[in-house]
Design a protein around this ligand. Structure first.
Ligand code: FE
Length: 344
């Protein structure tokens, strides 16, 4: 987009998440969507790299015949099979579908950070697969081979076709709803629901003191992902505020139906991948947990709870709500949170 030479200043009131009136996507300040700047600061303070975490123990446990059961080996491979491609799908959506339609420079700042974090996550799975000497071809192709993974990914990817169309433009009711649907599918369903039974399984390993290096990486990933989800929710709510006309009752019903569909796909994933249950988590607890988190996501975007399930895995909240004082990551070698970054 060419720039116009002018002394006229940006009017902050015209800044929007999408369809900004004088769509200046270059001037970070003056800033309207301060939640994006906060998320950017949190992302920087949480910076980590997979290779900082030692995999020595995991390698020994994986090689040993008596540490992991066959079901645990299969579970680890299948959750990794989901993870290995999930963050690439998320990254592509951020860069190719979201970014160019977002007219808030501060939101774009965070999306740049988020895109990098998705790359770090894919790096992390690659590092685990390589360290354990797993078959890369098998793991990275699972999203096309294993029904439970394929069905989730195919569902999510079906929603960005319209947005990937080079002629797609926001600015009509229909297009803006399409765009909002995309944010909801990717943030709420993909990042907020589809990762969570796999996360729970990884913390199952951690709680048994098994594969702790892999689990620790997944814990960092979950911390990042909870920020991605948070940011997505803030964008959704900001669009609702800026363009209330998009949030019709038909559209709300449509979104509730999509989230219910996503919840079912995740329950099916847990049932098919862990038919005998794992670490004391069975089909019923998985369902209850997935319904519980789906309700929490719904409430945060102003939609009614659908399931009213209670949380059967309270230890998951502890794993997510990482507290900086708690020296959880004893193997951590680098501390990125410095001085000023924590004050924002
Ligand atoms: Fe993400």
């Amino acid at each position: 987009m060419p720039i116009t030479k002018t002394t006229e200043r940006i009017n902050i009131n015209n800044r929007r998440i999408i369809n900004g009136a004088d769509a200046d996507v270059i001037q970070l300040y003056p800033m309207k969507h301060t939640f994006a700047w906060t998320a950017y600061a949190v992302g920087n303070a949480n910076h980590w790299l997979p290779t900082e975490i030692t995999m020595q123990n995991d390698i020994e446990q994986w090689k040993s015949r008596d540490v992991l059961t066959d079901d645990e080996r299969k579970a680890l491979k299948t959750v990794l099979g989901f993870f290995t491609t999930a963050d690439s799908i998320a990254a592509n959506n951020v860069v190719l579908a979201f970014y160019k339609h977002i007219t808030s420079p501060e939101c774009r700042m965070y999306l740049l950070r988020q895109g990098y974090e998705e790359a770090i996550h894919t790096h992390s799975y690659q590092y685990i697969v390589e360290s354990l000497g797993l078959d890369e071809g098998e793991l990275f192709n699972m999203y096309r081979e294993v029904d439970a993974i394929y069905n989730k990914d195919a569902f999510v990817l079906s929603f960005n076709e319209g947005i990937f169309d080079p002629h797609f433009k926001t600015g009509t009711l229909e297009a803006d709803q399409k765009f909002l649907e995309n944010i909801i599918v990717f943030s709420i369903i993909m990042e907020g629901i589809f990762f969570y039974s796999a996360f729970a399984v990884m913390f199952g390993f951690q709680r048994q003191n098994k594969m702790v290096g892999s689990a620790e990486q997944i814990q960092y990933i979950m911390r990042d992902e909870s920020q991605h989800l948070n940011f997505g929710i803030n964008m959704i709510n900001a669009i609702k505020e800026e363009q209330p006309e998009v949030w019709t009752s038909d559209f709300q019903d449509h979104i509730i139906a999509l989230i219910r569909k996503g919840t079912e796909l995740e329950c099916t994933f847990a049932r098919e991948v862990f038919p005998k249950g794992i670490f004391g988590m069975n089909e019923d607890n998985f369902r209850q947990y997935i319904e519980y988190i789906a309700d929490r996501r719904l409430v945060r975007i102003g939609l009614p709870e659908q399931y009213r399930s209670t949380n059967p895995f309270p230890w998951m909240s502890e794993a997510i709500d990482l507290n900086k004082e708690k020296n959880f990551f004893e193997t951590r070698v680098t501390e990125y949170s410095v001085g000023g970054t924590l004050e924002w």
